[in-house]
Design a protein around this ligand. Sequence first.
Ligand SMILES: C[C@@H](O)C(=O)SC[C@H](NC(=O)CC[C@H](N)C(=O)O)C(=O)NCC(=O)O
Length: 370
Amino acid sequence: MARIAPMAAASSSSPSSIVKLATLPTRLYLCSSSSARFSATGFASSPPFGSCSALRSVHQEQLFGTKTSRLTRKSNCLKISASGSMAPVSTAVRKEEAFEWVKNDNRRMLHVVYRVGDLERTIKFYTECLGMKLLRKRDIPEDKYTNAFLGFGPEDSHFVVELTYNYGVDSYNIGTGFGHFGIAVEDVTKTVDLIKAKGGKVTREPGPVKGGKAVIAFIEDPDGYKFELLQRGPTPEPLCQVMLRVGDLDRSINFYEKAFGMELLRTRDNPEYKYSVAMMGYGPEDKNTVLELTYNYGVTEYDNGNAYAQIAIGTDDVYKTAEAIKLHGGRITREPGPLPGINTKITACLDPDGWKTVFVDNVDFVKELE
Ligand SMILES: C[C@@H](O)C(=O)SC[C@H](NC(=O)CC[C@H](N)C(=O)O)C(=O)NCC(=O)O
């Protein structure tokens, strides 16, 4: 399965454990937008870490354990060296350390979240036509929505779908960027026959994929989300792909490798049909759910709609996760911290195409399931 067993996850950092002022090195920084921020005894004037983001630098320093001799700064700051000369300091070391940490974090794709117009209709379709189980439901009346979790196995070890029903909203725009969810089945034709018998919509009959040999079919759920059925041998993770379209495949590969620590599992170019795909994830495709990033030649932008929401990924430390994402150019849309009410620590970000991901603290996630 994945690289982690969530139960074995290490304990998480809290914000207060990140900044230990007493341990900060004695440094003098000059920032283009502010005066000196550090003094020999620590931090100087108020506000202590103004627009120069000195605090953030210290966070990163403490987070990734850089030796003080290699303390680095953002490019608009200058470090005064022992000789007194000033030189811009690169972020390369911090990036490298953040990447090392990310690669060693315990990560697993936990679930994919999307909105549906009628929860019971979708639950019926997924259980009867796709063979998923309803794992749990939760209603949040104060925020006027209900979630249903469905999948092929328990959430602590399987990738599942998290459906969101917003009270009174019965349809959404799926957009052009979202592709499909992949389900591995042993016999595509048999599965399609069953889906047809149950009244499901088949949009592409079983047969070899265009330009390849793999046997596939496409079906559509009641809200219009596409599912690709892929003929494969038995697998522990039948919900095997989330396909998203991207505007620049190299840019996306770089982002998911560096900022998320995913592995590039394979790429495939299909010039006849003018597209390329990159499979990315936290373990081999036959045992783990992967992100299938698709680039259609010449198409650099899509409408991401308002139906598909995000994938969730488990991490041992949302604070370090967020810092690593920032260092690699990702946009944090929710700063790391506990969610009000349930205390689960999360952080959220957007990839270069605007696709959202939420990172969830592994220990908190397991507690939520209890
Ligand atoms: C086996 C694995 O590589 C696939 O199934 S790829 C499926 C293939 N994907 C695309 O064509 C992507 C590009 C397309 N323009 C898009 O943006 O969706 C596919 O859907 N093939 C259709 C078919 O009928 O074979």
